[in-house]
Design a protein around this ligand. Sequence first.
Ligand code: FAD
Length: 379
Amino acid sequence: MENFYNLTEEQLDLQAMTRDFAQRSLAPVVAECDVKSEYPMDVYKQAWEMGLTTMFIPEEYGGMGLDTKTCCLIREELGRVDVGFTIGVGSNGLAYTPVALAGTEEQKRLAASFIVDGGFGAYCLTEPDGGSDAGHPRTTAKKVGDEWVINGRKCFITNGPLANFYTVFAATDPSKGVKGVTAFIVERSREGVSIGAHENKMGIRVSQTCDVVFDEVHVPADHMLGAEGKGFLLAMNTLNRTRPGGSATVVGLMQHCVDLCVEYAKTRVVFGAPIAKQQAVQFMIADMEMKTQAARLMAYHAAELIDRGIASPLVGACTKCFCGDSAVEIALNAIQVYGGYGYSRDYPVEKLLRDAKIYQIFEGTNQIQRVTIAGNLLK
Ligand SMILES: Cc1cc2nc3c(=O)[nH]c(=O)nc-3n(C[C@H](O)[C@H](O)[C@H](O)COP(=O)(O)OP(=O)(O)OC[C@H]3O[C@@H](n4cnc5c(N)ncnc54)[C@H](O)[C@@H]3O)c2cc1C
């Protein structure tokens, strides 16, 4: 295969290794896990043994210590087989990034240890009263002596049922609005932490999502992440850095659509010839390829910027929004290429549309991304 994206030998090796692993171990279980909405823990264990679940954790804390672009390559290959599984892995990074950005040495070691030992992390920002308004949480943290006491409910938390630790954003001074939000590390094992019912989702059913409830949860003062009142900034700085990874994951899904449609168009014979001979079908596939290449370039570019120390909210929002919107369009067209069979659960493309849709919703909806893009340009 041509090295179109100027990848290093190490990147090409990791890409090939992940592709092989995903095809061999993940692909055979995906359809059943989608139906049952189950996370394949044995596949996760294999990914952990290969170091893939700790790719973003620095080597000194036991991880692979890979840069953002290399993590994107791995996530794209996993996403090409199942984005739900990949989101489970990626949410470890979402939970760990606030710690990497603002944590003390001890906090970094603590949070990393859960993932390095084969566990999971979860990022707890969204609440039932409007996820788009993430700067005004109802969850509170009150200082009592040497401890913080956390009360509240977070919803739609990826890895919620699996996580060994949560990165939680709570109001420490509600009168200050976004400047009164603070971040905390909360272990799952603490008294008062519980999880809600499993979300029965339309897509990414392999990933596990639920409410996480904090009822008089006491954490020591050294579990506060960064400075008091800087939690919302930390939450946004985190998302600015994690957007390329999420985008690369859905680029994998887009590539999957292209691969399936190319194969199907060559073999489906109608009017005595493969539908690949029909220009209408060719143009749909050409558009799918164009958008996939553009989305991949945006994801890699956003990742390279982060590796150069530039976490641009404008670039991150453009990338997230374009990749999410394009993925939905491409998955819809993949169903069209398959015709009636595309609408059947016995064929793979309807799952890809269900899986793609979340990329217009989570980590800030694509309306909120457009608010960010316009705000950056017009301020
Ligand atoms: C499967 C799944 C996994 C998730 N994982 C996580 C996770 O791990 N951690 C976490 O913290 N959260 C997670 N989320 C939550 C996700 O980030 C929120 O659902 C999302 O931010 C939107 O919030 P909401 O659902 O409350 O929608 P709302 O905020 O109620 O928005 C509803 C609609 O109104 C629009 N809207 C609202 N305000 C504006 C505005 N100012 N301008 C323009 N349009 C607006 C929105 O775009 C949307 O279309 C997850 C969600 C899902 C579904």
